[in-house]
Design a binder for this molecule. Structure first.
Ligand code: GTP
Ligand code: MG
Length: 248
């Protein structure tokens, strides 16, 4: 089983990508299952095969512990790790080729507390990887791009898995080429930031990012039109199987 964690800021398209990717992989002769790790999800665009909401119920946490919605979400995220055994057992009985993990909307609850890194480390799978979503319409501004790129770097440090950077909702982005250039050309990014008057701090950050290898390739992907799915699957294939094509 290959495990893929879909991570990104709230509303960046994690559940939509999980849904489309499951469909895309299954249509190509693989057995892909969806794992919902978001205890706070109200509705999902796919039917999860494994669902932490069967183990963790936000409403009862609020009632029983006298917590507000945010407190309950934090507790629920912390409880995720204690349910890894059940998730793993369910996955073992399904025995899929791919398990796509849809992670909680609040990225910081999954990546920066203990549960997410614990699950990423302890889940038993042949190979594991992360897809980190750069929310397309959000990162159209260079300033936002830098913020999300820094988040992406922190997630990589925290989860410690091979990570693919994806520009999500590419069908909603007017100038995809420009964003790809920003991602691959630190000098252009520097220039754009200078125009926004946010030069001083950002330049030092950019230098740091370059040093940790953040002149990365961003893959434009749309869960709506399926643009970029061939490239995304080829990238995942390289990580998971060292070259063998998905579906062959
Ligand atoms: N046009 C377009 N809309 C998208 C795409 N991906 C997601 N969306 C829309 O963006 C919104 C958020 O998508 P979700 O998949 O729920 O995002 P999420 O990251 O799972 O959100 P949370 O779990 O709440 O953090 C929804 O209205 C989706 O329909 C895409 O590729 N293209
Ligand atoms: Mg979601």
């Amino acid at each position: 089983m290959y495990a893929l964690f879909v991570v990104g800021t709230a509303g960046s398209g994690k559940s939509a990508l999980t849904s489309s990717l499951i469909g895309w992989l299954n249509e190509r002769g693989n057995y892909a299952v969806g794992v919902n790790l978001d205890p706070g999800a109200l509705t999902l665009p796919y039917e999860p095969d494994v669902d932490v909401r069967n183990y963790i119920d936000i409403m009862s946490l609020m009632k029983e512990m006298g917590l507000g919605p945010n407190g309950a979400l934090i507790l629920a995220s912390d409880l995720l790790a204690s349910r890894l055994k059940e998730v793993q057992e369910e996955l073992e009985s399904l025995n899929p080729d791919y398990a796509i993990f849809d992670t909680p909307g609040q990225l910081e609850l999954f990546s920066f507390r203990e549960s997410g890194p614990y699950i990423a480390r302890r889940l038993v799978a042949d190979e594991k990887a992360v897809v980190f979503l750069f929310d397309g319409p959000v990162v159209s501004s260079p300033r936002n791009f830098v913020s999300i790129a820094l988040l992406s770097a922190s997630v990589q440090l925290r989860l410690g898995l091979p990570q693919v950077a994806v520009l999500s909702k590419s069908d909603l982005v007017e100038d995809v080429e420009r964003i790809l250039e920003l991602a691959s050309d630190p000098f252009m990014l520097e220039e754009e930031l200078r125009k926004e008057g946010r030069f001083e701090l950002s330049v030092e950050m950019l230098r740091g990012m370059e040093r940790v290898g953040l002149g990365f390739g961003l893959l434009p992907v749309s869960s709506k039109t399926l643009e970029g799915f061939v490239e995304l699957s080829a990238t995942l294939t390289r990580i998971f199987r060292g070259g063998e094509e998905i579906g062959e």
